[in-house]
Design a binder for this molecule. Structure first.
Ligand SMILES: Cc1cc2nc3c(=O)[nH]c(=O)nc-3n(C[C@H](O)[C@H](O)[C@H](O)COP(=O)(O)O)c2cc1C
Length: 444
């Protein structure tokens, strides 16, 4: 039977998608220590999760009213972000099987740097690395990297396409078995199996080869979360795991069908890419207890912090709008897909900007799934069987408790139904995801 995939959603920080996390009575606030991240990774590994994944951005959020005071004072998402490559490495060395995914921007890094870093992580984790390819969304990020303005939306995807192509050439600059390591003959490596790449394109000029031998997976698993038209094509061309944030099952299903239908354009099979919507679970021994947990969590949201985060994600100052009106018809240079989801919600449910802000603070727009372990498993099973997704990204409401509860109560329920693995059957992340190893040159 086909089984679902599960990913734990993280930031290297005191919160993830929900602003309430850091204030939650059960949250352990040692987010500046390796143990915080290692405990989470070990918990998710105990639950046989495919991967733990870190989102990231490269600037302090300060778009709302063009100040950071409010967000910093109340601990909004993004005011603390350790470099996820290092927190993820700390996780990788404390685990044996779970995949570790990290976000790196194609707009502000260089392909040589990214290819080298991920090849290293793939070695150190013995084949468990994944790269979430993002194009970034804010002018404030540009201003930390020597530019005034963020690249225009479609241009950044053009850069991203060339970026991934160069990274793939670099990962292929070492063939398999290039390392010989024969002490008796003194032959370290076979020069026939390592080559320059001599890439010259519109954005990059890279000679190669990489200084890192071919890694266990050949290259990291490629993750993507583009939701615009251009973003979805990019995801269909490169993405092996695609995350989405959709508020309703209908929106999830439409996204799923849309994206899967785009894969054939790039010579890919629908199974080559796993599409995983994010949800935030609230788990109780009874439904009433679960609802109390959700209410307690929602109470902890500062009313304006969600809007502060929305302004940051959209790179647009929402403080200039009437809080009691629906979302205005505006253009943003930030994430188009999230704005679209917020707009649809505003229209379908008659929500004001204030309501959207509150929802945003409670977990961006991830659906809260509330109930007993059985009820939550029912919900996930129904979506999975209905062809709405290939699994789920679990976004926490408190840390590490949401993950512990999910692993101890919902995972066994899914396993009992044959919907989720009871043991890892392979050693690499590609094995967990059931992906065959193909170079991008073959599929692109
Ligand atoms: C679940 C999810 C996670 C994301 N994580 C990040 C991230 O860590 N960093 C980032 O800059 N963008 C992140 N994004 C934004 C997307 O990668 C993408 O850049 C953004 O949605 C803009 O692309 P679009 O206009 O095609 O939607 C995320 C989006 C989603 C839906």
């Amino acid at each position: 039977m086909k089984q679902m995939h599960l990913v734990g959603f993280m930031h290297s920080s005191h919160v993830v998608l929900s602003h309430a996390i850091w204030r939650h009575p059960q949250t352990v606030l040692d987010f500046l220590t390796p143990e915080f991240y290692q405990t989470i990774a070990q918990t998710l590994e105990r639950g046989k999760f495919d991967m733990v994944f870190f989102a990231d951005a490269l600037a302090f959020p300060d778009r709302h009213d063009n100040r950071f005071d409010l967000g910093l004072k109340y601990g909004a998402q993004g005011v603390v972000r350790l470099d996820p490559m290092l927190t993820a490495t700390a996780m990788a060395v404390a685990t044996r099987s779970i995949g570790v995914g990290i976000t790196r921007s194609t707009t502000y890094y260089q392909p040589y740097d990214v290819a080298r870093t991920f090849a290293t992580l793939d070695h150190l984790s013995k084949g468990r690395a994944a790269w979430n390819i993002v194009t970034s969304s804010r002018n404030s990020e540009a201003q930390n990297f020597g530019l005034e303005q963020h690249l225009e939306h479609d241009r950044r995807y053009e850069r991203a396409a060339e970026f991934v192509e160069v990274a793939d050439k670099l990962w292929n600059s070492w063939q398999e078995n290039a390392l010989i390591l024969d002490k008796s003959t003194g032959i370290f490596a076979d020069p026939e199996k390592v080559d320059y790449i001599h890439h010259v394109g519109e954005w990059f000029k890279v000679r190669g080869p990489l200084t890192v031998p071919r890694s266990p997976q050949g290259r990291p698993v490629l993750v993507q979360a583009g939701g615009s038209e251009r973003g979805k094509d990019f995801a269909a061309q490169w993405g092996e795991v695609i995350f989405e944030i959709k508020h309703t099952p209908a929106q999830m299903k439409a996204f799923y069908q849309d994206l899967k239908s785009r894969l054939s354009k790039f010579g890919r099979h629908p199974d080559d890419c796993k599409i995983l919507p994010a949800i935030t679970p609230f788990i109780g021994e009874t439904e009433a207890i679960a609802r109390e947990k959700q209410a307690l969590h929602n109470e902890l949201i500062h009313p304006e912090v969600g809007l502060f985060t929305l302004s940051s994600h959209m790179d647009y100052d929402f403080s200039q709008h009437d809080l009691d009106a629906p979302i205005a018809d505006i253009h943003v240079n930030g994430s188009q897909s999230i704005l679209q989801a917020a707009r649809e919600l505003s229209q379908s449910d008659g929500l004001t900007l204030r309501d959207i802000g509150k929802l945003y603070g409670q977990g961006v727009l991830t659906p809260h799934v509330v109930g007993t372990p059985k009820q939550i498993a029912d919900y996930l099973e129904a979506l999975f069987r209905d062809g709405t997704c290939d699994g789920f990204v679990i976004s926490p409401a408190h840390l590490p408790g949401t993950f512990t509860e999910f692993v101890d109560t919902v995972v066994p329920e899914l396993q009992k139904r044959g919907l989720f693995r009871t043991e890892y059957t392979g050693s690499t992340l590609k094995d967990h995801l059931g992906l065959t190893t193909k170079s991008l040159a073959e599929v692109g």
